[in-house]
Write a protein that binds this ligand. Structure first.
Ligand code: ATP
Ligand code: MG
Length: 415
């Protein structure tokens, strides 16, 4: 049997990986501009951490987790998302004691047992950021504004920012009952999942993609109309601050999010370009999570972006780095000179390729072209004798003679 990768687990190959590097480097740059520090937490945690934070009656915990018992009889899980581990670490290392506000970002693989399709995999990657310690609505607006800024820097302008408020433990229970009353007569129209979750997590029916659920929930009461006064004021302030800095958004009162820990502001960046995998980034406030996990009572807010989906939105191969120079050598002795000049140039920060197989001039030129080298330098017997060689800019055909030494060549390349 041929050895292949596990279904839903992908290789990220050269040609594609440059997009990932662009996404990661841009995210690091923007996060650092907004005062975030990187945190690296394990990719495996005790199963209980996810059950307690994400919630028992969620798709993730009910059916998507990679959980197993290790050789020491411990129940462990490959992380399905990043926030739980980061909050576990914040509590365990008392990061909140050193500074009342913590701004942290992370990036790395996540694991969910889902049905693989375009934009949905079993090992996927997230880049996420979290701010803990402040409940102020300006922080919500700041996080959303940073997210839009990051997308603009990435060169992805299409997605729409949708926001909602899920209320808090004071107002959500009453709304849940209201929604249940509304849905009770339509239970037979709901999909199996939503019917099963009717008692424990009825809100999920609001953003369920099944046609019956969409129809049954049309005209359902909206959380936004039933927020308690503090939640209502908070949400109004978030919108006001977003508007004050020109961060565009759209209200989506049906957005529920698939994790139990969210309170108040929730949001998604959605695109029409990826079929049903429409969310490229998502997040929200989680004011009760840190206390639920045994930490102090601290509010928090954060988001995660799916790197695979971002990469799908980035067109073309413009992120590929191409060599500066290809040195063509016409005989064996020239190959030695080309090798030496190449090594000198590389030590001077110039990226250079040569041929190692004694190929013809024509075939070396073809390879220079294939690699999209910006310049070629041709060395033969005459050039060795003269100590200079023709340097040609591929795009323009312009040619100059340069001394066969790293410094003058580097200068001629304009590097
Ligand atoms: P969806 O509704 O598409 O299942 P989700 O609500 O489960 O998304 P989150 O848990 O909020 O997603 O994760 C944040 C982001 O991570 C998503 O917006 C998406 O870009 C990405 N993501 C989530 N699950 C996957 C997956 N299985 N494969 C690839 N990317 C994913
Ligand atoms: Mg999901």
């Amino acid at each position: 049997m041929a050895l292949t990768a596990i279904k839903g687990f992908n290789d990220i190959l050269p040609g594609e990986v440059e997009k990932w590097q662009h996404i990661e480097m841009t995210a690091r740059r923007v996060f650092s501009l907004y005062g975030f520090d990187e945190i690296r937490v394990p990719i495996m945690e005790k199963t209980e951490l996810f059950a307690r934070s994400i919630g028992d009656v969620t798709d993730i915990v009910e059916k998507e987790m990679y959980s197993f018992t290790d050789k020491g009889d411990n129940r462990v899980t490959l992380r399905p998302e990043g926030t739980a581990g980061v909050m576990r670490s914040l509590i365990e290392n008392k990061l909140y004691a050193a500074d009342s506000v913590n701004k942290l970002y992370y990036m790395g693989p996540m694991f969910r047992y889902e049905r693989p399709q375009k934009g949905r995999y079993r090992q996927f990657h997230q880049i996420g950021a979290e701010i803990t310690g402040v409940a102020d609505p300006k922080v919500d607006a700041q996080v959303l504004t940073m997210l839009r800024h990051l997308f603009a820097e990435l060169g992805i302008h299409e997605p729409t920012l949708e926001i909602n408020s899920l209320g808090c433990p004071d107002c959500r229970p009453a709304y849940r009952e209201l929604l249940k009353d509304f849905l009770r007569g339509k239970l037979s129209d709901l999909c199996d999942d939503c019917r099963r979750r009717f008692d424990t997590n009825p809100l999920r029916a609001l953003d369920c993609k099944a046609a019956g659920c969409k129809e049954a929930t049309a005209g359902a009461p909206a959380m936004l109309d039933h927020l308690c006064t503090p939640c209502d004021e908070h949400f109004a302030a978030v919108k006001r601050f977003l508007e004050s800095v020109g961060t565009e958004y759209r209200l989506n009162s049906r957005m529920v999010r698939g994790l139990d820990y969210y309170t108040r502001t929730t949001f998604e960046l959605v695109t029409g370009l990826l079929g049903s995998q429409s969310a490229v980034a998502a997040g929200g406030r989680y004011d009760g999570l840190i206390a639920d996990l045994g930490g102090p009572s601290l509010p928090g807010i954060g988001f995660a972006m799916g790197v695979e989906r971002l990469a799908l939105l980035l067109e073309g191969d413009k992120f590929r780095v191409t060599p500066d120079l290809f040195i063509v050598a016409l005989d064996e002795e020239s190959q030695g000179v080309a090798f030496k000049v190449m090594c000198d140039l590389q030590r001077h920060g110039v990226s250079v390729e040569i041929d190692y197989e004694g190929k013809s001039m024509k075939s070396q030129m073809r390879r220079a072209d294939k690699l999209s080298c910006r310049f070629t330098l041709i060395i033969g017997e005459t050039e060795r004798a003269a100590g200079t060689a023709p340097l040609k800019e591929m795009a323009t055909g312009r040619q100059v003679d340069v001394a066969l030494d790293a410094v003058p060549i580097k200068e001629a390349l304009g590097i």
